[in-house]
Each structure stands twice: as structure tokens, then as C-alpha cells.
Design a protein around this ligand. Structure first.
Ligand SMILES: Cc1cc2nc3c(=O)[nH]c(=O)nc-3n(C[C@H](O)[C@H](O)[C@H](O)COP(=O)(O)OP(=O)(O)OC[C@H]3O[C@@H](n4cnc5c(N)ncnc54)[C@H](O)[C@@H]3O)c2cc1C
Length: 385
């Protein structure tokens, strides 16, 4: 431990880690403090789809910057980035209309996308059902990461090449502005000192500043995920997003037909009640990750979401997935849930204590996509302020 750092980061998920990364790029000294022996939050429980195509304009720009950052790191050190693109598969004329409109929007945003006919989709994605797909929109620049390994590899890279100090099993119980510095006190009674501190606590709202979160508009979302056994002799490239995603992701809200198409949906459907949309991504071992659902609670009531998995949701997702792609096997080897936090009225939660302690969380479902780009701007803002 140095006597004093330029920056302390609390939380080693993707948001905290990319803040550390950009500070190190500026030549600052940085320590990351993480309460677990390795990151166990949303950063390791997600799909690993890096999809600026699904974000609103502001976050699409952060996402595009993230693509460059991921690709640049990957060119020096394997952090599991694969550039296989993202596809949105339409299942009917309404969804076709929306992907055609999104294609036009992306032409004017200068972001590469290609409309695919039904035949092109069927040829590109093995097992895709002809009675499901009517066409697709493909984003060739987009990448995937392996959530179970990416953050660990990124930490290895940053330790070996950028000189970050990473302190695991280090729970920060208190932070304070003291004289000209900030101090983080851990459960072991150690004090870490720095000029500035950024707290990226994900959806942990009980340890530091619970009163701030309890009085905020932060909500937590619980998402259920499934993973099949490895598929034999089967390849599914990139991120596969389907009709219900077209009806859910923020980028489509800019399409002129969106509101009218949404107004026709049944508000009492199972997919609406549990926020289900169907996404596929093949992991490196050949298994396919399937998801997901969304159940919400205010930050202060996070425990009401429970620790169990709702089998009705899992069964619904498997049945819907079978209508889309005939995978060689739908035998499930793994089930889990993850949680992320988001604000009701803002795109991210930012709060400053004194001048030098910054809380940044609530990045929602866009953290693997947007963190690298967002953190670059935020480090510039915090250190040039
Ligand atoms: C199921 C699921 C699927 C998703 N799919 C995608 C996707 O495909 N694409 C995408 O872009 N996004 C996706 N997301 C969203 C993305 O995973 C999150 O936005 C992102 O991981 C949030 O990162 P974070 O660093 O803010 O939080 P976290 O990953 O939760 O990290 C917070 C860290 O802070 C630590 N911490 C908290 N308090 C303290 C303390 N007091 N002291 C020390 N350490 C502390 C925690 O232990 C934790 O490691 C998904 C999320 C889920 C749950």
C-alpha cells in the first residue's frame, strides 16, 4: 500500500475498473479496493454483449468508445474480446418495420449496420427457425466479452502493465474527507489515503451511505439467466437479440413507429409482467447463455427480490427460445440471477460528498457496453474540475 494515492476506487466491477484504467492512462497512481476475493456482482453474471446498437444516442456514443477501448486492450492482451457482431432478429412485420427504421437512424448516425433478409439470417445462424425469422439487422463492429473471465484478465493486464494496486477481501466501511485528502477505512481497520475517491458499489446499498440510496430514485433489477450444456458441433456467433428485445431496447424508442406498435401490446402478458426478452450468446466452451427477465424493487427494499429462482420464468424463457433457435440441446447446466441498479429518472447515479468523494453507480443494463467509454469522460471531468 502506498502512503497516498491519487485515486482510490471502491468496487472492482466493470465501472470501477474502467475508472481506474483511465486514471492510470493519465499517469495517476490508483488503488482498487474490493470486498470479495474476486468480483461477484453484475460484472461476472451478465451476457457479455457489448451492444451500442441497443442504447439511446448518448450511450451509443459511450458504447462506440468502449468498442475502441476493448479492441485496443485486446490487441495487446487477451481479455476475451470477440468481434462477431450483433443481430436483431425480427419475427413479424411490425418488428421488421422497427429494424428498418433503426437502420435508417444508424445511417444518419454514421454507425455501420446491415439489413439481412430472412434467407441471409437462416444461412448465417444455424438452427434459426424459418417460422420465426422474417429478417434481421446486423451490427458488424460489435463485440462480446466472456463475463466470467474478462474482468480478471483486465485486472491482470492493469496490474502487470499499468501498475494498479488491487486490494481484494477489502471491505470499505467508512469514507471521509480529512484535511486535504480522502480516507477509506476498511473492516480490518486499515486506512487508505488519496486525493480523490470514486465509489462504484454496483447494487450494494447497505455498507456505505445507505441513507443516500434510501432517499434516491435508485431501483434494483433482478435478472434470471440460463446456460445450456456445451453444444456439439454447433457455432452461434456474436450477440443474438430477438423480437421482444426489439420491443424493449432504448434505441428503438427513437423509431417513428415504436409508440404505435408498443400501444398494441397486451399489458397483462407473461413477458410484460416479468420483463422477459430472449437473447442468446455462445460462451467459449460451446454452451449457450439464454435470458433474461427483469423484476424490480427500490434500492431500500432490495431484499424483497429474494434469493430464489422462479421456475415459471425459466420454463417460459426456454419455451420461447425453442421457438426461435433449434439448438442441438436445451439441457441446462447452470441457472443464476444477477442484479443491477438503475435510476428511474436519470441514466446514471452520481453524487459527490465534499469535493473529492464521488459515488457513481446505477449504470443499469448498459454497464458492459458503456462503462469503458463513460469512465473516460468521467475521469476527465473529475480530474480537470
Ligand atoms: C444478468 C445480467 C445480464 C446483463 N447483460 C449485460 C450485457 O449483455 N451487456 C451490458 O452492457 N450489460 C449487461 N448487464 C449490466 C452490467 O452487467 C452491469 O451494468 C455492470 O456489470 C455493473 O457494473 P458495476 O461495476 O457498476 O457493478 P458490480 O459488477 O456489481 O460491481 C460492484 C463491486 O463493488 C464491490 N463493493 C460494493 N461495496 C463495496 C465496499 N463497501 N467495499 C468494497 N467493495 C465494495 C462489490 O463487491 C462489487 O464487486 C447485465 C447485468 C445482469 C445482472
Amino acid at each position: 500500500m502506498k502512503e497516498k494515492y491519487d485515486l482510490l476506487i471502491v468496487g472492482s466491477g466493470v465501472l470501477g475498473t474502467f475508472h481506474a484504467y483511465h486514471a492510470l492512462q493519465k499517469g495517476l497512481s490508483v488503488a482498487i479496493l474490493e470486498k470479495n476475493s474476486k468480483p461477484e456482482g453484475a460484472t461476472v453474471r451478465n451476457f457479455g454483449q457489448v451492444v451500442p446498437s441497443g442504447m439511446d444516442r448518448k450511450w451509443q456514443n459511450f458504447g462506440k468508445e468502449s468498442l475502441n477501448i476493448y479492441k485496443d486492450i485486446q490487441s495487446q492482451f487477451d481479455i476475451s474480446i470477440r468481434q462477431n457482431g450483433t443481430v436483431y432478429l425480427a419475427s413479424n412485420e411490425e418488428e421488421m418495420q422497427l429494424i428498418e427504421e433503426l437502420h435508417q437512424i444508424n445511417i444518419s448516425n454514421d454507425y455501420e449496420s446491415n439489413l439481412l433478409t430472412k434467407e441471409q439470417c437462416l444461412a448465417k445462424y444455424a438452427g434459426l427457425r424459418s417460422d420465426y425469422c422474417t429478417g434481421g439487422l446486423f451490427f458488424p463492429q460489435e463485440v462480446t466479452v466472456e463475463p466470467s473471465t474478462m474482468i480478471h484478465k483486465l485486472h491482470q493486464y492493469m496490474t502487470a502493465n499499468l501498475g494498479v494496486d488491487l486490494f481484494m477481501n477489502t471491505t470499505v466501511l467508512n469514507t471521509e474527507n480529512r484535511n486535504e485528502e480522502v480516507v477509506a477505512t476498511t473492516s480490518a481497520g486499515l486506512e487508505y489515503k488519496a486525493s480523490k475517491m470514486i465509489i462504484c458499489n454496483g447494487s450494494d446499498f447497505k455498507i456505505l451511505y445507505p441513507e443516500i440510496y434510501n432517499n434516491s430514485d435508485l431501483v434494483v433489477s433482478k435478472l434470471q439467466m440460463l446456460q445450456t450444456k456445451p453444444q456439439n458441433n454447433y457455432k452461434l456467433d456474436g450477440s443474438i437479440l430477438t423480437g421482444l428485445t426489439i420491443r424493449r431496447y432504448e434505441s428503438f424508442e427513437e423509431c417513428k413507429s415504436y409508440a404505435a406498435i408498443k400501444a398494441k401490446e397486451n399489458p397483462d402478458s407473461f413477458e410484460k409482467k416479468y420483463g422477459v426478452h430472449i437473447l442468446f450468446k455462445q460462451a467459449l466452451d460451446g454452451s449457450v447463455i439464454l435470458g433474461d427477465s427483469h423484476e424490480y424493487a427500490p434500492a431500500k427494499d432490495i431484499d424483497s427480490l429474494g434469493f430464489d429462482l422462479n421456475m415459471d420464468i425459466d420454463n417460459f424463457m426456454i419455451e420461447e427460445a425453442k421457438k426461435i433457435i433449434d439448438l442441438p440441446t436445451y439441457e441446462i447446466q447452470n441457472r443464476w440471477f444477477g442484479m443491477y441498479s438503475q435510476c428511474k429518472n436519470k441514466d446514471i447515479f452520481e453524487h459527490t460528498i465534499g469535493e473529492n468523494i464521488h459515488i457513481i453507480t446505477g449504470i443499469g443494463g448498459k454497464g458492459m457496453t458503456g462503462s469503458a467509454g463513460f469512465a473516460k469522460h468521467n475521469i476527465d471531468k473529475i480530474f480537470n474540475a
